[in-house]
Ligand binder design. Structure first.
Ligand SMILES: Nc1ncnc2c1ncn2[C@@H]1O[C@H](COP(=O)(O)OP(=O)(O)O)[C@@H](O)[C@H]1O
Ligand SMILES: [Mg+2]
Length: 357
């Protein structure tokens, strides 16, 4: 190693250091530049991320909005559907009601046409019966008078007396039949007035009191204390009561109990009525006879006992009073006839006349 070798070496070393420093500085700059670039890239990415996040938030809020709108619409549709459903239910109920009303009308119509048919069938029969009865009335009265005077002329022990008595009884029976036929065929203006049904029933009972007593029939009267008046023809009512009392008595040949009931009631909603019932403990009516008992000339009584006109007359009179007559019966136990007679406060019977068919 020489003397100036060291400084040279130093100088070289210095030069190397400088070079190294320069390189370092350059590297440093390069690094700084790199860092700065990196930073700017990071910033860019961060900005991108922000933008994406904002976008996401927007989309999210839009979605939320849409969801809310959808929910609203679903709610609205549900409400609409519910309303439509209620409407349908209502229409359905309405339709059911209409169908029910139609069915009732149909039934009513059927009843009315049946009644019309019945009336049409009865009218000529009634006229025929009335004209025959009319023709029979005078000769019967003559025969009756003659028999009566013959009976008055002969002695008590005359053998002809028995025959004459039989004739007298038979003539009387024919007279009753004729009277019934005349009543059956009777058409004409009814004498309508305010009638207390209880009073009329008592009056009729008085007529056949002895007959009932002789047949060992116990009478039970169940009359309500407050019964409205009915607008009726009292003669005709009496005829109805008499026919029903006679039938009850005929049904209790061995005696029994006849219960008469009079109570206030209704013919139909809003139409007050008086309900009259005749309950006997007689033989009853066979179910197969039930539809026929009110037909004219239907009778189950032995020859000469029944005319089969009693109930037909009752039905006609009750119908003319716009009432109803119903029969219920059990063979061997007894029969109940139930009359329902409408009534109003109107004392001159306008109601009845207006309701007249
Ligand atoms: N209360 C009753 N109990 C049993 N049967 C009855 C009663 N009322 C009516 N009937 C039956 O109805 C039939 C017809 O009665 P009705 O028209 O009064 O005619 P009649 O009394 O002349 O037979 C009677 O023959 C009888 O069979
Ligand atoms: Mg009778």
């Amino acid at each position: 190693m020489n003397a100036n070798g060291l400084p040279q070496q130093l100088a070289e070393a210095e030069a190397t250091v400088r070079t190294l420093q320069q390189e370092l500085a350059e590297t440093n700059r390069g690094l700084v530049a790199l860092i700065m670039e990196l930073e700017s890239r990071v910033e860019e990415r961060t900005a991108d991320l922000h933008a994406t996040q904002e976008e996401l938030q927007r989309t999210n809020s839009e979605l939320l909005q849409m969801t809310l709108e959808l929910e609203d619409r679903v709610d609205q549709r549900t409400a609409e559907l519910r309303e439509a459903n209620a409407h349908l239910q209502h229409e359905l109920a309405e339709r059911q009601r209409a169908e029910e009303a139609l069915r009732r009308k149909d039934e009513e119509l059927r009843t009315i046409s049946q009644q019309l048919w019945q009336a049409a069938k009865l009218a000529p029969m009634g006229e025929l019966a009335a004209s025959i009865a009319h023709e029979l009335n005078n000769p019967l009265a003559t025969v009756s008078l003659r028999v009566e005077s013959l009976l008055a002329q002969i002695l008590e022990d005359d053998p002809k007396r028995r025959a004459l008595t039989v004739i007298e009884q038979e003539v009387e029976r024919m007279g009753n039949l004729v009277a019934n036929l005349l009543q059956f065929g009777r058409r004409g203006q009814a004498q309508i007035s305010s009638v207390d049904v209880r009073e009329e029933l008592e009056n009729t009972l008085a007529l056949i009191y002895y007959h009932l007593r002789n047949h060992r029939i116990t009478m039970v009267q169940q009359f309500a204390p407050d019964v409205p008046m009915v607008q009726a023809d009292c003669q005709q009512l009496r005829q109805v009561f008499l026919n029903l009392l006679t039938n009850a008595s005929d049904a209790m040949t061995q005696g029994g109990t006849l219960t008469l009931g009079v109570t206030p009631g209704q013919l139909e909603p809003g139409v007050p009525a008086v309900i009259v019932t005749f309950t006997d403990t007689g033989i009853g009516i066979a179910p197969e006879d039930m539809p026929k008992v009110m037909e004219p000339f239907f009778t189950t009584k032995e020859e000469g006992k029944g005319t089969g006109l009693g109930l037909a007359i009752c039905r006609r009179i009750v119908q003319e009073h716009h009432g109803t007559i119903e029969i219920s019966s059990t063979v061997g136990q007894g029969t109940t006839i139930c009359l329902t007679l409408p009534c109003t406060n109107d004392s001159n019977g306008t109601y009845l006349r207006e309701r007249r068919l």
